[in-house]
Structures are given as structure tokens and as C-alpha cells.
Design a protein. Structure first.
Length: 454
């Protein structure tokens, strides 16, 4: 690889490493190796694939600190968050190591014989990973895909490839065949586009913006290949008057400022019942001002910098003309720092409709339950959301009425690797994680065995 691109440390704004930029020919070579390697991988006994994935998980566990330090440098994630993310990769691998021996088909009653189904791998799966959670989101794709007997070719984001590259090395060090899990660095217009176009890539998994996701889906449709899309979000945090307001206000900053708001699941709209609106804002202000933004290497830091100067400008643009109620603090000087902001908004405001992907939250009042549901659904997105209430019947009603793929009651939890994750509407297609994820990387084959003598 002759061409390269420069990685930037978001906390300093300075370049620190050159990374190869793959050509179309190099992408095709990686896919060709994956095709060859996948045949042998799929032919292994399920227990052998399971053991290999467990070895991979142990290798990740042994390198958690190394992976975390790479993520701090490359992505600006606080060190405690980065350690959790690296450990999460190992946990996902361990969970899906149980899948090869459980990918059982069905025996279907039929007349005149025996009918059975098999779950067969697609072959080669192309996975396109965003820059906001480079390790965790990669593992949601490659772990179940490998468990199901596929090979994986993975493209990390240009801005944040280091942990994905290291995971690819650890896979080989753990004994997975070379070429089975290939990490190819480069631009989306070359590497990602080739995944979509190449006939040997039989499924694509994409996480990123809705705009790019639409193009990925259109390209996959032309090749008649399935695609899983996890796209944008504008999730609502709905606070009813009967909620534990102190708890809801204390939890709100973490729900939107974690990872500097660079999270599709960020609860970037807080909808508060009008009768408690003023009181909630009074409780929210100190929680926001106490949110610790600082050097990612410090154990006490809760939020690091934004990923790039361009993204910082984009986030700042949402505050132009906005009614900013109050802000937190952030370091000054080098690095892509941005102080958390709370904006008082109306339903039609840009900040209440578009994904900011930064530490900015819009607060809107609502009148009653029906109005709260209407506002929660007043967006093209439908990824995640939270409902704060002490009324169980209301919690059930509202959770059924809000059009989002992942909801939490009196919590902001969005992702557990053992439960399904994905969005509705413009937030995506398909589901990741959960007990059925490995099946989503297989095709069902039906076979009938005639037993009648005639």
C-alpha cells in the first residue's frame, strides 16, 4: 500500500501516525483471501469454531489496557470508557462463541418423508464501522458473523482505525486463520463501495449516517445482497410529572454527553411534562455544570473532545440562534473541545429534529401523555429512548406507543449484547446482538427426504 492518511489525536489536534489507504485492487485481494479461507472455516466442527472464538476472546482480555490506550489516543475516549469498550469486545466474543453449537435448524412435519432446515453461512461478510465506537460496534458484526461460519472483511472509519487493526492482529495471534478476519483501512468511497459492489461479498453491515446508509442499501439492492443498517437517531428522554425528578435529572447528562454526544442512541431531546418543567431544569443545571470534560487519560474524566475540527464546527452550528439555557465547561486551547449545552427548543426547531451528534441537548415541554408520545414520535428517527415514570401502566402504554427499536424505563440503557439492538424508521434495518444475531448471518436451506416407497 503506497497511499496513506494521517491520524489526528482529538485532544491535541496534532497528527501522530500514518495509516495505509487501500486501493480497489488491495480490497479485492483481501476479499479473495477471505473467500478461500471461509471454506475451511465453515467446514470445521462447530466446537472447533467455538474454541477458536474463545481463544480470540482471551487474547482481547489480555490486551484490554493496550486497546484502551489506543482508543484514547485515536478517538479521544476517556480511559475508563475505553477500558469498558475493550472488555465489551471480549464479552461479545465469548457470548457468540456459544453460537456455533446452537445454530440448529428445524425438523418440520410433512407427508411422505422428512423435512429439515439448515443454517448456512453467506460466505464473506463486509462490515463498515463508524468512528464513534470503533471497537464495540465492530464486534457486534464480526463476532456473530464468524460464529455462523462466515469470513469477515472489515473497514474501520478513516478517523479511528487503530483498535480495529489491532483486533485483526489479535485474531491471528489467537489462532484464527489468516484472511478470515481481515481489516482493510481506507476511504469509504473505495473500500466500503467495493464491499457493496463485489459479488463475493454476500452480506453488508453498515453503521453510520442515514444519508450514507440509504446509498449502501441501494447498492446492495442492485446486487441482491442483504444488508443490516444501524443509522442515526434523535432519541427522546420523556420525563413525566410522577417521575423521580432528582434521579431523572442526575441521569440525563450521561444519556446525552457520554462519548461527547457522539452516539446514535444519545437522548438528545428531553421531553418534560409542563407541570414539572421548571423544577426539572433547576435540577438539571447543576448536573450539567458538574459534568467533567477533560484530558482523556485522566481517570476522573467523563467526556473527552469531539473527533475533529470539522465536526466541532458542525456541532457549534446548532447553537447559532438557539436559546441556550446553560452550559458546562471544557478545556481551552488545542484539541477539539466543546462545552456541553442545554437548549430550550420548540418542536419545529432544527435542533429538535436533526441529529447533532455532539454534547447538545434540546429540552421541550409537553402537556399530557398523548402529547408526550406525539412529540417523541415527531422525528424521522426511531432508534432509542427513555421513559421516566413511577406508573407501571403508563410505562407500558408509552413504551408500546413510542416508535423506537430500543427503550428503557427509568434508565438510559440501550445496549446489552444478549438482547436485540436496532432501529425503526430512518434509524435502520434489521437487528444486531441478542440470541438470534448469528442466525442473521446465515441463509436457511430446506431439504426434503422422501421416505415413501412409491
Amino acid at each position: 500500500m503506497s497511499a496513506t492518511f494521517t491520524l489526528i489525536d482529538p485532544s491535541t489536534g496534532r497528527g501522530f501516525r500514518e495509516v495505509p489507504r487501500a486501493s480497489v485492487e488491495e480490497v479485492d485481494a483481501a476479499i479473495a483471501r477471505a473467500v478461500e479461507t471461509q471454506r475451511g472455516w465453515a467446514g470445521l466442527a462447530p466446537v472447533a469454531r467455538a474454541d477458536a472464538l474463545r481463544r480470540f476472546a482471551r487474547a482481547v482480555e489480555e490486551h484490554v489496557e493496550e486497546l484502551a490506550q489506543l482508543e484514547v489516543l485515536n478517538s479521544g475516549h476517556p480511559i475508563e470508557s475505553a477500558r469498558w469498550e475493550a472488555s465489551h469486545v471480549a464479552q461479545v466474543l465469548n457470548f457468540y462463541a456459544g453460537a456455533p453449537e446452537r445454530l440448529s435448524g428445524q425438523q418440520i412435519p410433512v407427508a411422505g418423508g422428512l423435512d429439515v432446515t439448515f443454517h448456512e453461512p453467506y460466505g464473506v461478510v463486509g462490515i463498515i464501522v463508524p468512528w464513534n465506537f470503533p471497537m464495540t460496534i465492530a464486534s457486534w458484526g464480526f463476532a456473530p458473523a464468524l460464529a455462523a461460519g462466515n469470513a469477515v472483511v472489515l473497514k474501520p472509519a478513516e478517523l479511528t482505525p487503530l483498535t480495529a487493526v489491532r483486533l485483526g492482529e489479535l485474531a491471528v495471534e489467537a489462532g484464527l486463520p489468516e484472511g478470515l478476519f481481515a481489516v482493510v483501512t481506507g476511504s469509504g468511497s473505495v473500500v466500503g463501495q467495493r464491499f457493496v459492489e463485489h459479488p463475493a461479498v454476500r452480506k453488508v453491515v453498515f453503521t453510520g449516517s442515514t444519508e450514507v446508509g440509504v446509498e449502501v442499501a441501494a447498492g446492495c439492492a442492485r446486487g441482491l445482497k442483504p444488508v443490516t443498517l444501524e443509522l442515526g437517531g434523535k432519541s427522546a428522554n420523556i420525563v413525566f410529572e410522577d417521575a423521580d425528578l432528582e434521579r431523572a435529572a442526575a441521569a440525563a447528562p450521561g444519556a446525552v454527553f457520554d462519548n461527547a454526544g457522539q452516539d446514535c442512541c444519545a437522548r438528545s431531546r428531553i421531553l418534560v411534562q409542563r407541570s414539572v418543567y421548571d423544577r426539572f431544569l433547576e435540577l438539571l443545571e447543576p448536573a450539567v455544570r458538574e459534568w467533567r470534560v477533560g484530558e482523556p487519560t485522566l481517570e476522573s474524566t467523563q467526556m473527552g473532545p469531539l473527533i475533529s475540527a470539522g465536526h466541532r464546527d458542525s456541532v457549534a452550528g446548532f447553537l447559532d440562534g438557539a436559546d441556550v439555557a446553560f452550559r458546562g465547561t471544557a478545556p481551552e486551547g488545542d484539541g477539539f473541545w466543546f462545552a456541553p449545552a442545554v437548549v430550550l427548543a420548540e418542536p419545529g426547531d432544527r435542533i429538535a429534529q436533526e441529529e447533532v451528534f455532539g454534547p447538545v441537548v434540546a429540552v421541550l415541554p409537553f402537556d399530557d401523555e398523548a402529547d408526550g408520545i406525539r412529540l417523541a414520535n415527531d422525528t424521522i428517527y426511531g432508534l432509542a429512548g427513555s421513559i421516566w415514570t413511577e406508573n407501571l401502566r403508563r410505562a407500558v402504554r408509552v413504551s408500546r406507543a413510542v416508535k423506537s427499536g430500543v427503550l428503557s424505563v427509568n434508565s438510559h440503557s440501550s445496549v446489552r449484547y444478549w438482547t436485540p439492538f436496532g432501529g425503526m424508521k430512518a434509524s435502520g434495518l434489521g437487528r444486531e446482538l441478542g440470541p438470534d444475531a448469528a442466525e442473521h448471518f446465515t441463509e436457511t436451506k430446506n431439504v426434503f427426504f422422501a421416505t415413501d416407497a412409491s
